[in-house]
Design a protein around this ligand. Sequence first.
Ligand code: MSP
Length: 642
Amino acid sequence: MSDTFYITTPIYYVNSHPHIGHAYTTIVADIFTRFRTLFGEDTYFLTGTDEHGQKIAESAANSNISPQEFVDKMSQEFRDLWPHLHIEHSQFIRTTDSEHKALVQRALQHIYDREEIYLKQYEGLYCVGCERFMDEDELIEGLCPDHQKAPQYYQEENYFFKMGAYQNWLVQTIEENEDWIYPQRYRNEVLQMLKKPLDDLCISRPKSRLTWGIELPFDANFVTYVWFDALLNYPNALNWPNGELYQKYWPHVHHMIGKDILKTHAIYWPCMLKAAELPVFKKLVVHGHWNSEGSKMSKSLGNVVDPLAMKDKVGVDALRYFLARNMSFGDDANFTEELMITRYNGELANNIGNLINRSVSMSCKNFENQIPPKGEFGSLEQELHQSFMESIEQVKQYLFSFYLHRALEKIAFMSSLVNKYLDTAAPWKLAKQESDRERLGTVLYTALDAVRIIIQLLAPVMPKKMEAAWQSLGLPLEQLTDAQFEIGILPEGLTLPKPAPLFPKIKESSPAEPPREKSTEPPKETTNADEVASSQVTIDQFCKIELKVGKILSSERIKKSDKLLHSQIDLGEDKPRSIVSGIAEFYSPESLVGKQVMVVSNLKPVKLRGVLSEGMILCTDDGEKLTLIEPSQDTAPGTMIR
Ligand code: MSP
């Protein structure tokens, strides 16, 4: 494990207002930075805005202001938002900064001097939304799948970077470094893209068409292509080649991105670095998309969710928790207010918040507002301590391998273990007998000491809430970020302030009601708070889902999709069901024929990529791959699963 960590987010386009997708990447980068700092690493966290290119120039023209005025105003929106979301970046870079512009020109000149750039006549299809030329086979029915717009046709003279020459080197680098592009599925996706010959990259725009950009140092008639300018922000911020920050942090650079910009980061960027004779990044960490109303959030689709409005519903820290917890890292996730409130009530109010409140309030009540003496640990405590030691190790492992949702799941599990411990040890019963007083102290001390560890682990995700929780143990704030995960080191006898619930429950029926940040209401001593589940359903709701065994009769790939397979599945009905499933990366169509699978059979039919899907095949998902769940013995198609 290295002791230095440099993390970057994409620099965001300033043609639209920041939304929950931008907030997600930046919050997650902030969380990883705080975790690494907690575990003693020297960290640096960069974010910023991408301000050149055709898209920005068009937006400025539409607003009837100069591009510079436009980008100044919009960039400020991003910069102003982050502190509201408890994001603490080390640096905010803008591609209109003069230092950045000078270093882009320096890199270009260097690559040009190495004869890696040439001029040629070019024609191609350009998506302004993506700010890149697209191959015809990337389009679906003539439209860019991300922006739902037809690309523009251009024919012009431009400068090209000899990217194609790096193809073999790139494939070899990816193959030799298993974790370089993470999670695995994105590494596979890039290797798949590299099966086709890699074209040279057009890196200029003639000024006759676009002036809003960084002038090429070797030809004043052109500006730099926006991606060639933008990607260089990562080392430019550290002032390469001689800057102190560059020397210190560049060898440890981790780029966090959404999957939409995989190609530019996993293909263009390493080739550019190699051509500029800079070391390639240490790791590319790729996450999925937050969808809203069934599609990726985007300005052009008009389905964006405003992070500030969401923070007003549950509070900033709970929003951060929800985003980090509900997206299985690498996969897409759905954003709804309902899911957010369910997670809040299930995990923050009922489990973690309740644990903190009940431990503190019972100690206050029985030990005159002080942390009780720990007494002698018995078998129940030893069992809890053992599970805690193992869980802390697992949390660490998950975090260092960017499995954020798993780390949080584990921390919630630790909290439910302590709730369960309290339910078994039943301090409220011990409190009734003076002869059990020592035991009562041990039980409450054990719970408070465990709470201390949980608070430290959660502080990177919910910094302000955990500050309040930490203070509710009577501990000084400066110790919160000084990781101490040994058991039994909570000082006895500390004075406990009057407790207040951290996460008051929100009424599910009225999601608009904001949570009270402070309350004087005494905390409840519930005894059934050990559910970890947050998206709880009732038995009645669950019983509405019909599960059946199906047999796959045939299967084929769906055109222009790397992920989807279309199968005909026998469910013991008159005719086979047509079902589309996202397993193409893990199973070839041929290998599926004859397999028995578990199917959700009463889903409302939908069309995916124009193909009817009348059910869903169930798989396990370990974060890396999907595996079909098959019955352990031969079972007739249509057999119910109960
Ligand atoms: N300017 C380029 C990036 C240049 S980096 C050298 C760009 N900007 S962007 O404003 O479009 O931001 C894209 C990034 O924002 C995604 O890669 C992702 O990090 C984040 N997200 C935007 N929408 C998102 C979702 N709906 N869900 C999750 N993250 C999303 O591309």
